[in-house]
Design a binder for this molecule. Structure first.
Ligand SMILES: Cc1cc2nc3c(=O)[nH]c(=O)nc-3n(C[C@H](O)[C@H](O)[C@H](O)COP(=O)(O)O)c2cc1C
Length: 213
């Protein structure tokens, strides 16, 4: 049975752009592969605690791990197992305060705590990962805030270079154009970009389903 593993991390509920685009990919994948399974992890509705990460790290050093430390290591194993079991992975990752969301960071730290994600093991080699990011402004070359996005480089490095996945990046920008008077001249461009990204997500979902069939 082919599995799409979907990870969400937006705190903006129904207003979330990453969830909207991730939905699009999931719908296309399910339509093209009716017998496929979608498994989900919502890092906001079921957040991971940094305390669990501390315990998972300590468990690896301890001669006799405490029950909390054992549970944390078990959680890290579950999270790593979910990634390894998937045929395709889609991750919604918003930009908050010019960085990666705390929800995503804690999840990635927990993955690292599992021995199967040890450095230089490239556990996701060959696995298709679609990274869907969204930011309020514009961070492309030439934009005033070019270089301020410290989330996307970290995520591409982690899932591609370090974990070895085959990353497709769908990058939504200008999400706040509708709300910011200073961005009024960018509203049309924002609408175009969002529509284009939804289309790319649909196409990616269909292609991934065909590969998994
Ligand atoms: C708490 C918070 C912090 C944000 N910080 C930034 C920021 O530093 N730079 C930026 O360009 N947009 C920022 N934004 C806008 C988000 O990046 C934008 O709304 C994006 O669509 C977030 O993805 P989401 O809609 O899936 O939540 C922020 C939004 C929120 C709610």
């Amino acid at each position: 049975m082919s599995t799409l593993y979907r990870v969400d991390s937006s705190v903006q509920g129904d207003r979330s752009v990453t969830r909207e685009i991730t939905d699009e990919l999931e719908r296309a994948w399910s339509a093209a592969l009716p017998g496929g399974v979608v498994s989900r992890r919502d890092l906001v509705t079921t957040p991971l605690s940094p305390a669990a990460w501390t315990d998972a790290l300590a468990a690896r050093e301890a001669d006799e791990p405490t029950p909390d430390q054992q549970a944390a290591l078990g959680l890290a194993a579950d999270l790593a197992g979910e990634m390894l079991a998937a045929d395709a992975i889609v991750i919604g990752a918003p930009l908050y305060n010019w960085g990666v969301s705390g929800h995503i960071k804690c999840w990635i730290d927990m993955l690292w705590a599992d021995p199967r994600f040890a450095p230089r093991t490239y556990p996701l080699t060959g696995k298709p990962i679609t990274l869907i990011t969204s930011c309020g402004g514009g961070t492309s070359p030439g934009a005033p805030q070019h270089g301020w996005d410290h989330s996307v480089p970290y995520l591409l490095h982690t899932f591609g270079t370090v974990f070895g996945g085959e990353v497709t990046h769908i990058d939504n920008q200008l999400a706040l154009a509708d709300h910011s008077p200073a961005m009024a001249h960018l509203r049309e461009k924002a609408v175009e970009l969002r529509a284009q990204n939804r289309t790319t997500a649909r196409e990616t979902g269909t292609t991934l389903a065909e590969l998994a069939a």
